[in-house]
Design a binder for this molecule. Structure first.
Ligand code: SF4
Length: 998
């Protein structure tokens, strides 16, 4: 047979793949890639990446393409549910939306007219916090936050208080020019496609080194040029040792420090005084530096200043002061930060630390990157080129989720600043609307709250000192999660992980209604999961639940649903409008600002409503200002799309920045454009503006960029953002702890505030490690998230479950041998708080004092409409069960939350454990086990064999070529190729038949 004969057959080479293609934004993780959905017969046939989209440029990951299975998940809720049995038993009746909303209005209305703080409104991983936070403010409760407090607020706050921007959503490496890239503690799920694209670029260029610092060599680390398998919780110490080396070898960018940072600012030295450690200021309040030419103090904000960076000075009023750089250099040149001194604790050899410091210095100072692009700095000085130090960094939860994470993030930023590699060619770059002033406004609202009264601002903000705390006159917390209290003063994202515990304990007070959205707090989003299940079901002596009412909105039958009294079923991401806003978490890149929408690409086939629609409806029904007109009618009768287009947060500033103005020609700022959403849809559901090259770098000090940012309302004035190596807000808290100022901490918190509010980065042992007996609990335990899954959404996905349907406990072979376990053994993982059982897998790419596992794979039996014997619930396990939300008790019995003392970030990764091999009869199934969740009412069928899409192939029959026939052709093709291969002396198979060709 002629091997090419098959080509003459009539096959449909261009089958009609879809009736329609609609663009929208992926929501299978938080990266917000643009997607095209191919729709056939009203169903999603497949999803592809949108090649025009600035975030992913057409790239689609496994999660993104498997979105079809989230959209069709049998776990989808179908109708509002009202609890009829005991809480937690999953006994519900289906109700109509009108009844559900009336009930919610009754519960919420009663709270609002009596004591609005008795509403605790906390949302999970939604991307609409500018709406939800504003709603809470209009309601009048200070008790609002989203998931940032248990995710990565240390990373965000550490950056915002140092650089006016941060890793992840606020910045990115200059992938096109960087020569040395350090990635600190990043699992594969955050910034997923953008990082993969960036790493691909960098590796293809082949002239950059990629160093992954992570106790686990997972996905990204696998392609790193060097893996630094650091001991958990010591990243800050490693970073400060690199600082030590750079200072010791005089490899720091003094010009950059003098010009763009507060290194020259004079810090008052007046031990015991109320001004000790504050910045010296002139009569106008400007920070002061010492001018070396004038030999006198001058405003540090003057372009003419010639600042010196070292040496004590005497101010005109006789006080002593010293440049911040001097304080910083003296601290980190101390031998305690020398590589030899930190090697054992970090698990990194001193030689390696010295070498990496030398490599950083070489990349920064010997491999400068120059872009021939003139630009003008904040003072009007012209520069004919953009010259960069091509060292870039990125960090995420691994550095953040420790009780020392805030200072670790500041330490890494200090390292970047010393190298002069901020927003320069080859360095780390801001994404619009960052940089912001340091710290960015506004301050948290909620000092006062009263019935039927809005809060007067957004509940979350950034304190500048003790006066901004939300505390009572006696220093006790005003918020239910104790955010912005003396326990964790700069908790910029709240403490979602403490809400249920505190509400149960009525500490500082009880709540009437707990209102949550998209947060699986009864399972993988909580520390101490068994405890949280108790808190949610525990009753007072009068028989009432300690948390009287729980309203919960979710698209799926997650583990949290049975613990709600009223369930408001949400849509999937393909059935809804959404707004990915510059007011919130936009899709900007370092090249320019951007935002995006989701549009409904298919209609819901169930009685569900998008949560944001429901929130706007509730706002109107409750008569919240901002949600109603003067006559009491709804302000946004068209629901969420109406709000997206017509809401204005400021003059000409709305949720979307693109195509504003009546003619739709304004971008950034402008009047409402009624056709705005149509313009977004025409453009692929996103807006992105490429900044002129002269404004793309040095944004913190670039005149043209700063003027543009001020015009768009991102910063109050076109003023330089001075990078803060020394943090005066931190010192203000410390001074209060020493007894200065009007707002004073209760005595029991003084020492803690004084210790951890150091204005320069510090390193200290993570709290759990310091508190427990490390002989009894000698091992660190961590979680990572797999690239193919994002929280519990992904691990219920029928296609993604085929990649990972259970998790193992990964352990370094040397450690396994030490504790006497082997591959496939079942072991107990035991912490000071509890124990959980899992199965072992040996893995070389793990720090030798650490075990780890994938997070959120383990599921409760019956949850997510999975079968009761699903491997996720039999073999999958959660480390959450053994992480306590409280630290071990202090001597006086007081227990702080298991959080960073500065920001309140949940310290997930401080966990210490020991490993014990299970008895033979204990092997085979995970523990602790919980009663199976009963099936949700009217649950979707769960087919034993899934064949989604089989019907699509029938299309071929109409055109004369069936799918089966096409497969047959493929077989013939393979046979033909085999023939050709045989003809060219193909390598024979085992039986000598030449089968290897296939
Ligand atoms: S990286 Fe995230 S947003 Fe992008 S395609 Fe994958 S799941 Fe979707």
């Amino acid at each position: 047979m002629n091997p090419f004969e098959w080509k003459r057959e009539e096959v449909m080479l261009s089958p009609k793949e879809a009736d329609e293609v609609k663009t929208t934004t992926c929501y299978m993780c938080a990266c917000r890639c643009g997607i095209r959905t191919y729709l056939k017969d009203g169903q999603v046939r497949y999803i592809e990446g949108n090649p025009d989209h600035p975030v992913n440029k057409g790239v689609l990951c496994a999660k993104g393409s498997a979105g079809i299975m989230n959209h069709n998940s049998p776990a989808r809720l179908k109708k509002p549910l009202l609890r009829v049995g005991e809480r937690g038993k999953g006994e519900f009746k289906e109700i109509e939306w009108e009844e559900a909303l009336s009930l919610a209005v009754e519960w919420l209305g009663n709270v609002r007219k009596t004591d609005p703080k008795k509403l605790a409104f906390f949302t999970g991983r939604d991307q609409s916090q500018s709406l939800t936070g504003w709603w809470a403010g209009q309601f009048g409760t200070p008790n609002f936050a989203a998931h940032g407090g248990f995710c990565s607020v240390n990373m965000a706050a550490g950056g915002l208080y140092t650089l006016g921007g941060a890793f992840w959503e606020f910045g990115e490496p200059d992938w096109d020019h960087t020569k040395y890239f350090m990635m600190w503690g990043v699992a594969e799920d955050h910034d997923s496609n953008p990082i993969k694209i960036g790493l691909g670029k960098m590796k293809t260029r082949g002239d950059a080194k990629f160093v992954a610092v992570n106790p686990v060599r997972s996905g990204y680390g696998a392609i790193a040029d060097e893996w630094v398998g650091i001991r958990p919780g010591t990243d800050g110490l490693f970073a400060l040792s690199l600082v030590h080396e750079l200072l010791r070898t005089e490899n720091v960018d003094l010009d950059f420090l003098a010009r763009y940072t507060n290194a020259p600012w004079l810090v008052i030295e007046n031990p015991g005084g109320a001004d000790d450690g504050l910045i010296a200021r002139d009569a106008d309040g400007n920070p002061v530096c010492w001018d070396g030419e004038k030999n006198a103090p001058v405003s540090a904000l003057s372009a003419e200043a010639k600042p010196v960076l070292a040496g004590p000075r005497t101010l005109p009023d006789g006080r002593r002061a010293v440049p911040a750089f001097d304080l910083m250099a003296r601290r980190y040149l101390d031998p305690q930060y020398a590589p030899d001194a930190v090697a054992e604790r970090t698990g990194i050899t001193a030689d390696t630390i010295r070498r990496i410091a030398a490599e950083l210095a070489h990349a920064a100072f010997s491999q400068e990157v120059t872009i021939d692009q003139p630009w003008t700095d904040w003072a009007g000085r012209k520069h004919d080129k953009m010259i960069g130090r091509p060292v870039s960094m990125h960090g995420m939860r691994g550095i953040s989720a420790h009780s020392n994470g805030f200072h670790t993030c500041r330490s890494i930023h200090l390292l970047q600043v010393l190298l002069g590699s901020i927003d320069c060619p080859g360095g780390w770059r801001y994404k619009a609307p960052f940089p912001k002033p340091i710290p960015p406004g506004p301050k948290p609202a909620g000092k006062e709250h009263s019935p039927n009264t809005p809060l007067g601002g957004m509940p979350l903000g950034n304190p500048t000192g003790p006066a901004d705390l939300l505390v009572n006159a006696d220093g006790t917390p005003k918020r239910i999660d104790k955010a912005y209290s003396w326990e964790h003063p700069m908790s910029a994202h709240g403490l979602m992980h403490m809400v249920i515990h505190n509400a149960w304990k009525k500490d500082p007070y009880g709540v009437d209604v707990l209102f949550m959205y998209m947060a699986n707090m009864a399972w993988n989003s909580s520390m101490n999961t068994p405890g949280v299940l108790h808190y949610l079901t525990d009753k007072d002596e009068d028989g009432e639940y300690k948390i009287p009412k729980v309203i919960y909105s979710d698209a799926y039958y997650s583990e949290m649903v049975p613990y709600a009294d009223l369930v408001l079923p949400d849509t999937t991401y393909l059935e809804r409008w959404d707004c990915i806003s510059l007011l919130d978490r936009p899709i900007s890149s370092a090249h320019g600002p951007g935002d995006a929408i989701r549009q409904p690409v298919v209609k819901p086939n169930r009685d569900v409503r998008a949560f944001q629609e429901v929130l706007i409806d509730l706002g109107a029904r409750l008569g919240l200002p901002g949600f109603v007109e003067a006559d009491g009618s709804p302000k946004y009768p068209g629901g969420y799309p109406d709000y997206i287009v017509n809401h204005q947060r400021g003059d000409g500033v709305g949720p979307l920045a693109g195509w504003r103005g009546e003619d739709g020609e304004s971008h950034g700022r402008g009047a409402v454009n009624p056709n705005q959403l149509e313009k977004y849809i025409e453009n692929g559901c996103f807006w992105h503006e490429e900044l002129p090259l002269n404004t793309q770098y040095f944004k913190h000090a670039n005149k043209d960029y700063l003027e543009y940012a001020a015009k768009l309302g991102w910063i109050p004035k076109a003023e330089q953002v001075v990078l803060q190596i020394y943090s005066e807000p931190m010192q203000k808290f410390r001074l209060a702890a020493k007894g200065h100022g009007e707002v004073q901490p209760p005595d029991e918190h003084r020492l803690r505030v004084e210790t951890y509010f150091d204005p320069l980065p510090i390193w200290y042992m993570p709290f759990e490690e310091a508190a427990v007996d490390t002989d009894e609990y000698p091992i660190h335990a961590l979680t990572q998230r797999p690239m193919q899954m994002y929280h519990s959404w992904g691990s219920q996905n029928a296609w993604l479950r085929q990649i990972t349907s259970k998790n193992r406990l990964y352990i370094n072979p040397a450690l396994a041998q030490k504790v006497g376990v082997e591959n496939d053994d079942w072991v107990w993982v035991i912490s000071h708080h509890g124990r959980v059982k899992g199965q072992v897998r040996l893995m070389h790419g793990t720090n030798a004092e650490t075990v780890w596992t994938w997070n959120a794979i383990g599921k409760r039996k019956g949850a997510w409409n999975l079968s009761a014997d699903a491997s996720e619930s039999k073999s999958g396990f959660l480390l959450n069960h053994v992480i306590s939300e409280l630290l071990p008790a202090r001597a006086d019995g007081f227990r702080y939350s298991n959080s960073d003392p500065v920001t309140g970030q949940a310290a997930w990764f401080d966990l210490r454990v020991r490993i014990e091999k299970c008895l033979p009869e204990e092997a085979g199934e995970t523990e602790p086990r919980f009663d199976a969740q009963p099936k949700q009412p009217d649950a979707f069928e769960t087919p034993a064999v899934l064949a989604y899409g089989a019907d699509f192939s029938k299309e071929g029959a109409a055109s004369g070529t069936t799918h089966r026939e096409w497969l047959g052709n493929r077989h013939e093709y393979a046979q033909s190729v085999k023939g050709i291969a045989d003809g060219y002396g193909n390598r024979p198979g085992k039986d000598g038949s030449g089968e290897a060709a296939e």
